[in-house]
Design a binder for this molecule. Structure first.
Ligand SMILES: [Zn+2]
Ligand SMILES: [Zn+2]
Length: 255
C-alpha cells in the first residue's frame, strides 16, 4: 500500500504540515486539506473517494477546488464519505451557495454530478478500490473519525485530530499486518494547555499513544503546528526510537 501526505507548503523548502490530506494508492484520499491545491489534474483525477476525518478547514479547505478540478472525470462523481455530522456541515457551512455553490443540490439535479455523499457509521467497514476502510471515533472538539485502512497484505491507520484516546488503539491491537500509523503530534510539551482545550496531542502524549502499538509498527508524526514545528520535531525524535518518524510531505510511504 502506498501512502502520500499531500504537500501543502508551497514556495518554501521547509516541509510544514499546513494542511492535512493523504492519498492511498493514488485513488483514495483521506481528508482534502490540500488535495485540490497540489499536483496536476491527472493525479487529482485518479482520486475517486474522499474520506473525511472531520470538517476543520485544515482537513477540508481544498475540497470544493478539488471537486471543480476533477468535474466530469468520473461519470458518477467523486464519492465523499463522512459521518452524519460531517455531511451536515458540508451542506450547511461549505456548499451553501455563500461559501461555495451548492454542489450537493447541483449534483442531484444534473449529470455528471460533482459528488455523491456516503454516510459513514462508526466501526462499519466500507470497501472501495480494493481497500477496507473502517472509521473509529477519536476525541477532538468536533466528531472525528480515525481510519483503519486494510489492503490485501498490509494495514495502516490515520489517527488525527485527537486528544489521548482509547478505541482506535483497541481496534489496532486486532488489526493483522498493521505496518504504519500516521499519528498527530500537534504541539510541543510547553503548549499542553492549548493542546488540551483544542483536543490535540503534545509530544509526550504522542509518545504515550504511539507506545500502544508494537515497536514493529512505524509511527509517523503528522499535523505539527508550523509555528512550533522545530521544537515538536526535537521532542518527538529526541527519544531515538527507531520506529518513530516525522512525516515528509510528498514522500511515497510504502507498506
Ligand atoms: Zn481539527
Ligand atoms: Zn487539523
Amino acid at each position: 500500500m502506498k501512502v502520500v501526505l499531500v504537500p501543502s507548503a508551497s514556495g518554501v523548502e521547509r516541509s510544514y504540515h499546513y494542511l492535512s490530506s493523504y492519498v492511498i494508492d493514488e485513488v483514495v484520499a483521506i481528508d482534502a486539506g490540500g488535495l485540490g491545491f497540489h499536483g496536476d489534474l491527472a493525479g487529482q483525477g485518479r482520486v475517486r473517494h474522499v474520506f473525511l476525518t472531520h470538517t476543520h478547514l485544515d482537513h477540508t479547505a481544498s475540497l470544493p477546488i478539488f471537486l471543480e478540478n476533477v468535474y466530469g472525470v468520473h461519470p458518477e462523481g467523486v464519492v465523499i464519505h463522512g459521518s452524519a455530522a460531517v455531511l451536515d456541515c458540508l451542506q450547511k457551512d461549505m456548499f451553501n451557495d455563500r461559501m461555495m455553490p451548492d454542489f450537493i443540490r447541483i449534483s442531484r439535479e444534473r449529470t455528471p454530478p460533482f459528488l455523491r455523499l456516503s454516510l459513514l457509521e462508526e466501526n462499519r467497514t466500507v470497501e472501495v478500490e480494493g481497500l477496507r476502510i473502517t472509521p473509529v471515533g477519536i476525541d477532538h472538539v468536533v466528531p472525528t473519525f480515525a481510519f483503519v485502512i486494510e489492503g490485501k497484505q498490509t494495514a495502516v491507520a490515520v489517527v488525527t485530530d485527537t486528544a489521548p484516546t482509547k478505541a482506535i488503539w483497541k481496534r489496532l491491537e486486532r488489526t493483522p499486518n498493521l505496518k504504519g500509523v500516521f499519528l498527530e503530534a500537534s504541539f510541543p510539551n510547553a503548549m499542553a494547555a492549548l493542546a488540551e482545550i483544542s483536543g490535540h496531542l503534545t509530544s509526550d502524549q504522542f509518545h504515550q499513544e504511539a507506545a500502544k502499538v508494537g515497536s514493529e509498527v512505524q509511527v509517523i508524526a503528522v499535523h505539527l503546528k508550523a509555528r512550533t514545528h522545530d521544537q515538536t520535531v526535537a521532542e518527538v525524535m529526541g527519544r531515538g526510537l527507531p520506529n518513530i518518524h516525522i512525516a515528509e510531505p510528498g514522500r511515497v510511504y510504502e507498506f
